[in-house]
Design a protein around this ligand. Sequence first.
Ligand code: GTP
Length: 521
Amino acid sequence: MSYSKTLPQIPLDSDQTTKQASILLTVVCVTILALSIWQVREEYTDQAHQYQKDVANLSAALLHNTEASILHSSTILLGLIERLQNDGSNPAALERLSHLARVQAGFYPELQGIFLYDAKGKWLLSTLPLKSGVNNADRDYFRHHLLDSGLGTHIGTPIRSRTTNDWIITVSHRINDLDGKFAGVALATLRAQTFLDFYKSLNLGPQGIIHLARTDGSILVRYPFREEDLPKGTASGLLVQAIQQGSEQGVLILDSPFDGVRRISGYTASKILPIYMAVGLDESYAFESWRKSLYATSAAVLVALAVIISFGLKIIGSIRFRQQEELQLQQAYATLAEANRGLEIQASQDALTGLANRRQLEIALSQHFLRAEFNNEPLSFILLDIDNFKSYNDTYGHQAGDRCLRQVGNCICRQLRSHSDIPARYGGEELAIILPRTGKTGAKIVAEKIRVAIFEERIEHAGSSLGWLTVSLGVATGTPGPQCTAPNDLILEADKALYEAKRTGRNRVAFGSQDVEPHQS
Ligand SMILES: Nc1nc2c(ncn2[C@@H]2O[C@H](COP(=O)(O)OP(=O)(O)OP(=O)(O)O)[C@@H](O)[C@H]2O)c(=O)[nH]1
């Protein structure tokens, strides 16, 4: 029995398993990373859309509010012009008009003042205290109406009030006389500061801007207010171009010509006045909450990845370690099996001759005895003893005796059927042979063949009467039954026969207790 065959074979697919674990770890990490990037991008897009919507909506609401202020002013002016044309400009009529104008101006906090000028630019009416000697014929709005016969609302560029020194936006109308000739200008002035205060109350972040401008690009109000910005025109030529090309509302990402800040700018153009409103949020402020979420997500993902990778590497490491141990265990099993095989051989083999030893001989004889009993067939057993071996040892030395024993063993093996006959060392210089399924005649032939073969080896032996080494053999044959009840019966029988062969002169074969056949060759 080969011990190694009964050991469990441990599959060593270490590389495969480690590779699969590494792939799994990579897939998990890449998936987490990809999902996080996708989520952050989605949040960015959502936030961008939200801010674009917000700035566009806010610009529309603020424009609506500004339109209302201008249209209120315009309505008041048109009413005054109508009255002036009907009642004339005598002091009493002007006094009534002045009272009416003051009452109406009081309704609108953004309205700084209401004024009427004659064709020379001289003040006819003012809701503010008049400064003597001031003539406004030099003002842009005055020259505009002088040269332009149109009766529509004119919105002027911001100027400093000569009365209060405030920055004001002018809303004006041409006054015609009954013949349709230029008769003066009706003017309403709106405080820029009122608009700025309102814009300030809206929380647009540190760099947020709001500007109200004419569609020709002239700034009317810009929050945060800086005097030096007014001559610069509009925040961006691109925005004005878009409006001039008919765009009513939109969103642009623009670098401001005022401060160089990149902003998301939403704008709305008026459908009834030549103005537009723009609201801009600087990008860094607009995406501040997104950026915070990005940092938090990145930190969480990095921590998660670090934990997953470190656990993954630990698992891969322990898989490798276990597989290493399994490999070592398997090698230990192999070594053990090898050692067991050696021990098996040692336990069953005679070290000197390489034949089966006495223990193995007895086991084999018992097994063959049982088989013979079962099959009811004969079994033969031969005991062989070298003649005068003591004298051989004494003459040639013990080591020569050992070599001689090996030679005799090899010679016996060559005479046997290797697949069934079993040669063994019985003890000392005594050898034995089990001949399964062999009757007396066969055993006799084999024994005789051995005896002759050993003699033919011509091993010099000075202590032998023939001069060569000879052997004596005792043969026992039996079919297990009442006469032959145990393997030992065959051994005793063969031993008796051997004794008989020795007693009757050696170099011969003796059979059971009866036959003894002498030989002289
Ligand atoms: N060299 C060697 N000698 C052995 C071994 N085993 C037994 N012997 C020797 O074999 C001899 C056997 O001697 P004896 O039993 O007196 O028998 P014998 O001299 O062979 O005489 P007969 O058997 O009567 O022919 C002894 O001297 C043993 O020492 C062995 O393994 N090697």
